[in-house]
Every structure is written in C-alpha cells, then in structure tokens.
Design a protein around this ligand. Structure first.
Ligand SMILES: Cc1cc2nc3c(=O)[nH]c(=O)nc-3n(C[C@H](O)[C@H](O)[C@H](O)COP(=O)(O)OP(=O)(O)OC[C@H]3O[C@@H](n4cnc5c(N)ncnc54)[C@H](O)[C@@H]3O)c2cc1C
Length: 479
C-alpha cells in the first residue's frame, strides 16, 4: 500500500515526486509511456519565463515567478543546465509601445524583478539581428532557458535515489475508492493500492479525473504548437529570448536560444481534436516563417535541422487547477498545466504539498538533495578526458560524432537510476542523435549498444513508444 500514487511522469509528476521524497512516505509514480517526459515536457519552448505575462492574482502568475527563482536551487542540486539569456518583448509602433508599458506594469505587479524599457536602437546594440522595425523592447533579465526533459529526468532520478518507486508502461485505466483506499487498475491488469492519488496527467487530466469524479470541474482543450530547430551554426545570431507582444492565443512565435547552442523557432498555437497526435503541418511551418518577420528581418532557414510539435494541456478553467477533489477526499488534481508549467513546476510541487495537501510531518533526516552530475565527456579539459579514458576506455569511443557523445555516456544513460533503453530515451539523456545529422550516423550504433547492454534482440529495441522497433526482421541471414 502506497501513501501517494502520482499519475504521470512529466515535469509536474516528477517534481512532485521529488518534493514528496523529502518525507518518510511510500510514493509511486505511474507513467503510461515507456519513458519520463514523453509528452508536453518533451515538446515545448524550454523557457523559464520571468512571469511577465500571466494575469496578476492567478496561480500562474504567482507560481511562475516563484518557479523561476526555484530553478536556481534546482540548478545546484540537480545539476541541470540553465542559460541566463534574458528576454526582449518587441513593439513596432506607438500602440504597441503603450501595450509594452502595460505589460511592464503587469510584470511589476506579478513581482518580476529588474524589468526595463529600451529603445529599438539600444536593443539592437545588444541584439543586432533584432528587426529594424522594432521601436521599443521590454527587457526581462530573469528569463532563462533549460533542457526540459533533462529537468524531469533529473528530478525523478533524485526522487528514486530517495526512495520513490517508478513504473513506466503503466497506464491507469480505472480508479475506485473504498474504505479509504484507492484502487488503481493498470492496463496490464495489475492493481495498485494507495491512501492518496495525485493526478498530473497533462492533456489526459480530465480523462483521469473522470475515472473517479462524476463532475470534473474542467475540460482539456488541446492546443498544438509547432517548431523549427536551427543548427548550432546559428548560435551567434541571437542571445536573448525574443517575444512578440502576447495575444489571447498565447505568447506568440518566439526566437529561443537553446542550452546546447541550437535556436528554436515557434510555437504556433492551434486548437486541435487529438490529444496525442503531435505532427507538424505545412500551414504551421508557414505560419512560423510569417510571424518571425515581426522579430527579425531574415532568418537562416537553410540551417533548419528538424521540426516538431507539442500539445498544450490548455483547459476550460482559466488558471492552473491545483485542488483536492470536491467529490473524493484524498484525490488531488494538478491540471490545466499549460505554459508556464515548465517554469512553475517546482513551485507547483511546493504549493500542492504544503498549501493544498498541507502535509504535516518532519522531513527525512537522510534526504539527499544532490543528484550526481552526469559526465559530459567533451566539455571536460584534455587532462580530464585522458584520465577518464584511462579509467574507462569506453570514453575513448565516440558514438555520436555531431555531439561528441561517447559509448560510456550512452551506457550510463541506459543504466542510470531512471535509465531508458529506447533510441529517443538515449537521445534525451545523452544527446546522441541531437546534432546536425539527427542520428543518421549514430542510431544504428546506439541500437547495438542498447541490445548488448539489455540482452534484448535488435528487433525488440524501440525507437520511442512501445512497439516502435527500428528493425523489424532480418533480411539476410549469414550462414
Ligand atoms: C508547445 C508548448 C510550448 C510550451 N512552452 C513552455 C515554455 O517555454 N515554458 C514553460 O514554462 N512552459 C511551457 N509549456 C508548458 C509546459 O511544457 C507544460 O506546462 C508542462 O510540460 C506540463 O507538464 P505535465 O507533467 O503536466 O504534463 P506532461 O509532460 O504531458 O506529462 C503528463 C504525463 O502523464 C502521463 N499520463 C497521462 N495519462 C496517464 C494515465 N492514465 N496513466 C499513466 N500516465 C498517464 C502522460 O503519458 C505524460 O507523460 C509549453 C507547452 C507546449 C505544449
């Protein structure tokens, strides 16, 4: 019997799991996919927003500003990358300048520090590729960028080291409560018992809630966002996150420098029917190019290395919905977590546990907040690299030539506390396949390493989700 079962291992479920792991509790995270962070948390803009945009007085405003501050703590404790870019919101004429003044007021009310207004000319001295048509920008120095799924993986790794249990490929298909005990049935048929349930199921939050409630207080309206990714050769072009003025559809199409040097362009914002078909469209791709004209006068589209899409868990409730069920005591909703959910995640975990659940117990004396830093071989000094190769010759075998990722790093990604044995899982952890050739060279090598390390046949190694093998059958058999 668990004290808490968390449904969903996105950034919300994993940061809640880590917060609960500070206490003497039996906690289980259930994830329907075969990896952590396979949905919203893997396909977003990666921005740790300052908190300039949410409506004052909302949970989004409060938890965004608090979350932004908490990322500095996570950076130290979990060894996650944070790029301190700052951001400019761009105006093009007097009307928009007036809106920029209002946005600065909103930011101040929300508690965003250090905001200022710069003329277009002054902004271009800092950001030379900002459009010539920009007349004024709102500067938001506390805006940062991170590696979103890396944060979720780090949080869950640390939670696991501190005693949390994790089950992937574990879709919850029904929830009942009898005699103060929740019974969760998994698709596999397994039955899990828990005293409390926390639903952090992203776009599926309303479906999960309707397994136990008669009247769910919100519905999820999935909203797709599409992106282009530019190669690292574009790194020198932009140093700040560039936003247009926000509209009712969201923060608009942005230019976002990424922690590994790529530049992200997007996202669009389109209501869609399907919650899990995150494919790009010709219309979405054209929209990005059109909208970017408001931020820069020419983009190097020849440097695009890939495109992708994510689905936001926008809801009918006009804020994050973080509450105990009004019908079923002990069932907690963490729902409608669209943007700025990545930013707010550590603050959401804190808010849920200390203000909603009001957990009344002393932390474990042996809680270890530190997650061991993964070795990024190529970022080390020459001396360090020589020492590492001497200790483990697999550091001398470069598997991903674009990102310079070694065999030792791939093996670590497979066997880490929250390791994974899919091609995409290795890409998320070690970045093998994240460079210019997008895995064209190294995927077959990664496949063989996974097969060797797990003892599985090559045709049972999945690319991503369950039943997505790259190799289906042997076509030539050596006699
Ligand atoms: C296009 C886009 C851009 C964004 N940009 C930003 C940004 O720049 N900054 C920012 O702060 N926020 C941003 N966001 C928002 C942010 O990504 C989300 O708020 C955050 O990732 C939500 O995390 P989550 O854990 O709630 O959801 P998810 O990551 O979707 O995780 C939910 C998990 O629950 C699992 N699950 C669902 N149903 C079940 C079930 N029945 N049983 C077991 N498991 C289940 C799912 O498989 C999934 O893994 C963006 C979102 C999108 C889509």
């Amino acid at each position: 019997m668990y004290d808490y079962v968390i449904i969903g291992a996105g950034i919300i479920g994993t940061t809640i799991a880590r917060e609960l792991s500070k206490y003497p509790l039996k906690v289980l995270v259930l994830e329907k996919e075969n990896d952590i962070a396979n949905q919203q948390t893997t396909a977003n803009s990666a921005i740790i927003h300052s908190g300039h945009d949410p409506k004052p007085g909302t949970l989004k405003a409060r938890l965004c500003v608090r979350g932004n501050a908490l990322y500095h703590v996570l950076e130290k404790e979990l060894s996650i990358p944070l790029l301190r870019t700052g951001a400019f919101v761009v105006a093009h004429n007097e009307n928009e300048e007036e809106l920029l003044h209002q946005l600065q007021e909103r930011a101040k009310i929300n508690g965003v520090p250090q905001t200022s207004l710069l003329s277009g000319d002054d902004a271009r001295k800092i950001e030379p590729n900002l459009t010539k048509n920009a007349t004024m920008v709102l500067s938001l120095p506390t805006t940062m960028v991170t590696y979103p799924w890396g944060v979720a993986i780090a949080a869950l790794e640390n939670a696991i080291v501190n005693g949390v249990h994790f089950r992937k490929n574990s879709e919850v298909i029904s929830i009942r409560k009898s005699h103060d005990v929740f019974q969760l049935t998994l698709k596999s048929g397994d039955l899990i018992e828990s005293k409390h349930v926390i639903s952090a199921a992203g776009v599926f939050s309303d479906d999960v809630a309707s397994m136990i409630e008669q009247n769910v207080a919100y519905t999820i309206h999935p909203r797709k966002g599409e992106y282009y990714v530019l190669d690292r050769k574009a790194k020198h072009l932009f140093s700040h996150v560039l936003y247009p003025l926000p509209t009712e559809k969201g923060k608009g199409v942005l230019i976002v420098p990424q922690v590994h040097g790529n530049i992200l362009l997007g996202p669009t914002s389109t209501l869609v029917q399907s919650k899990d078909i995150a494919s790009t469209t010709p219309g979405g791709m054209a929209q990005i190019k059109e909208d970017l004209k408001r931020l820069s006068d020419g983009m190097p589209y020849e440097l695009i290395i890939r495109s992708f899409a994510g689905i936001r868990a926008s809801s009918s409730y006009d804020d994050f919905y973080i509450q105990e069920s009004k019908e079923i005591k002990g069932f907690y909703h963490v729902a409608g977590i669209d943007s700025p959910g990545l930013t707010a995640a550590p603050a959401i975990a804190e808010y849920l546990i200390h203000e909603v659940i009001q957990l009344d117990m002393n932390p474990k004396p042996d809680f270890n907040p530190i997650r061991e830093k993964h070795i990024a071989f190529y970022s080390r000094s020459l001396e360090d690299r020589k020492r590492l190769i001497k200790k483990d010759p697999r550091y001398g075998n470069i598997i991903c030539k674009c990102e310079k990722i070694t065999e030792a790093e791939i093996v670590e990604a497979i066997h880490g506390p929250a390791g994974n044995d899919t091609i995409k899982g290795i890409k998320k952890r070690a970045r093998a396949g994240g460079g210019l050739c997008q895995g064209g060279y190294c995927e077959s090598l990664v496949l063989k390493i996974i097969a060797r390390e797990t003892g599985k046949p090559l045709n049972q190694i999945n690319y991503y989700a369950e039943n997505t093998p790259i190799l289906v059958q042997e076509t030539k058999v050596k006699k």
